[in-house]
Write a new protein. Structure first.
Length: 318
């Protein structure tokens, strides 16, 4: 695996375009791991700008990435640990085991006035537990291993799910020896906030390229201390699991003008220099999430009055 680092996203996109340009078989899709669907759409458009077109490239989030590889081996989608399937499986198992002593607390909570079970309450619980179980299976498989020895509701539900399908860790361990025989194009991970060790092991076996957005140096800037904790933790994970992976730095010292350029310069230098107050930066105080959406709609309508602005130039971050 090769790890590419830069303090400018544009340089990382350039590097990814170079990697994808080396594909040997255009009929085999390339795989790019991203942390959200929005980033995948944005990245696809930027790659098309640089390469002239962007075709037969799959932008996948971690669980979808694992599922794609499993399906290449002939696994059934019924064995998937995706959120949607987990939610429905949990909903079914909650009804099946509601009388189990380990689910006594859930049973009492699901009753209304001591009368009958409320399917809506169990459905809400399944909707909440599905994503949590998925994240535990992906990021903390050691925690789920401990559930098999307990007698509480986690043990009951987890054991029931294990009878439906192998655990995610077991699926990946079955997959790894067969990776060499899979037809896979170029593989890359673009600006991941963090990745579980299970996915890192697959990326390493596939000789992937990883592109990380990082400051040029770890400085004492307050934003680095408050917002850089996840990146620092992920760097420690990479150092522990991939200590010999080559590092390629593509840092840029020319940060340009404006507030963003001043902030990038301060992050690299660890300084707090005064910058001119930006006229294009506005803060809206909204009374609730619905009002935020209304204000965002008005702001987008106003912005699109500029005929030179295209929808792909707009990024809404949540």
């Amino acid at each position: 695996m090769n790890i590419h680092r830069s303090n400018h996203t544009e340089r990382l996109v350039d590097g990814l375009a170079e990697v994808l340009a080396t594909r040997s078989n255009p009929l085999v899709p390339d795989l790019v791991l991203v942390h959200s669907g929005g980033i995948g759409t944005w990245l696809e458009q930027r790659l098309a700008d640089r390469m002239g077109f962007c075709a037969n490239v799959l932008f996948l989030q971690p669980m979808a990435f694992i599922e794609h590889l499993l399906l290449q081996m002939g696994w059934s989608k019924d064995d998937s640990w995706g959120q949607t399937r987990l939610v429905w499986a949990l909903y079914d198992e909650l009804f099946r085991h509601i009388e189990t002593p380990g689910l006594a607390t859930i049973k009492a909570w699901s009753l209304e006035d001591g009368a009958a079970y409320q399917p809506r309450r169990l459905a809400d619980l399944a909707l909440d537990l599905g994503p949590r179980f998925e994240r535990y299976a992906l990021y903390r498989p050691q925690e789920t291993d401990g559930w098999t020895a307990a007698g509480d509701w986690q043990h009951v539900l987890w054991s029931a799910l294990r009878q439906r399908r192998p655990s995610l860790g077991e699926q990946i361990q079955t997959l790894r020896p067969k990776l060499a025989g899979l037809q896979v194009g170029r593989v890359a991970a673009f600006c991941p906030g963090t990745l579980p060790p299970l996915v890192l092991s697959l990326l390493q076996d596939l000789d992937a390229s990883m592109f990380l957005l990082r400051p040029q140096a770890l400085t004492g800037h307050p934003l680095m201390a408050s917002l850089g904790g996840q990146a620092a933790a992920f760097d420690r994970v990479l150092e522990a699991h991939l200590p010999k992976a080559p590092r390629h730095d593509h840092f840029v010292n020319d940060h340009g003008k404006g507030l963003v350029g001043a902030l990038q310069r301060d992050l690299n230098q660890g300084s707090l220099q005064a910058a001119e107050a930006p006229t294009h930066l506005r803060v809206h105080a909204c009374g609730g999430a619905w009002r935020q959406v209304e204000v965002l709609r008005d702001v987008l309508h106003e912005a699109l009055e500029d005929t030179t602005l295209e929808p792909r130039d707009i990024l809404v971050m949540t």
